[in-house]
Design a protein around this ligand. Sequence first.
Ligand SMILES: Cc1ncc(COP(=O)(O)O)c(C=O)c1O
Length: 419
Amino acid sequence: MNTKAFETYESEVRSYCRNFPAVFTTAKGPFLYDEDGREYIDFFCGAGGLNYGHNNDYIKSRLLSYLESDGVMHALDMYTVPKREFIEFYEEKILKPRGLNYKIQFAGPTGTNAVEAALKLARKVKKRTNIFAMMGAFHGMTLGSIAMTTDASSRAGAGVPLTNVTHIPAPYMFPELDTLNYIETLLTDDHSGVDKPAAIVLETVQADGGINVFDVEWLKGIRAICDKHDILMVVDDVQVGCARTGTFFSFERAGIVPDIVTQSKSIGGYGMPFALVLIRPELDLWEPGEHNGTFRGYQLSMIAAKAGLEVMLNEHVEERVQKLSAVIAQAMEEIQALSPEKIKTRGMGFVWGVDFWRFDHDGVTSKKVLDECFKNGLIVERVGRGNTVVKVMPELLIEEETLKKGLDILKNSISNVIR
Ligand SMILES: Cc1ncc(COP(=O)(O)O)c(C=O)c1O
């Protein structure tokens, strides 16, 4: 394995590669291959960017025929056929069937850029600077987003004070604390010392925070608070959107409609860089060009995004995830049974976590599990407090047999590490 170029010349900022000592070459569906011809089942899934797997044939054929046609590749936000087709498809097949009415903003093609746009717009519309975000949140690494992101090591890299955000304890942190009531008090007690926010921003399932699924009633409660106090509800669906939780938008299970939604990662269909901000029409108070970015108009992303949505609908991916999540839930029960007092598993749909916090608080056990999985041909990532949670995120089109094989590797690897 030749990694000299990376270790000599690539910045120390590189991270995932340190966990996966291999040089990858090809990939198909749920499988990754390295230079030495080893096959890995991929439960990392591009950190949520590859919901429809690696190199999906249908999406690839759309990309190839567009390339063959010398279609315009880079168009900023000029009008193009791929953009028109994407917008029409998204409105007709995704938004309207769900009774949703949003304007679509194309942001620079990363999750954090969509989040920055959402923050700017919320602050502009409400003419307030403060934002409420949840403890345990991850919203990205640029300054606005990172002010909401809570993990200490990400924040330490910011280099400036991170301001204008009030962090609210997530409901799982203090089971005895009614966080809805807490927020209500912050907003109504004239001695709370907290400025009214423009928006409450949240993930419905905290992914990088350690796989914490927010309860439907709690999500409804947040919606009600936002309505009552004239605050915008922003759902960051960058990681757990695109059917990962069993519905295209992760908030559908709560029957709520956020004011603003951010999407990136798997909306790019093929691992393509793409990001959207969905805006309730009456909030679309942007001036032309007020938030821009050179790569908002990357046409291959639009082609892949539309083709990815077609795959999602044609292959009934939402139903598939709802059904096959039982296979993961079953495996999680078995994993928890390996050490009922110390291992905790949680999740929904195709996003799950195995929590090793009760073994140690600095990720020693979870790292051993990750290494053992990798040795046995399975790629998983770690998230959460002290990186103690192993995140399980298979692609959504994975065959049941491969899913079970990957889960078996995970279970056996955990068993090897803790016995
Ligand atoms: C919920 C959420 N929001 C935003 C981001 C940032 O996305 P990006 O890494 O594309 O900037 C992430 C990335 O993991 C995320 O999980």
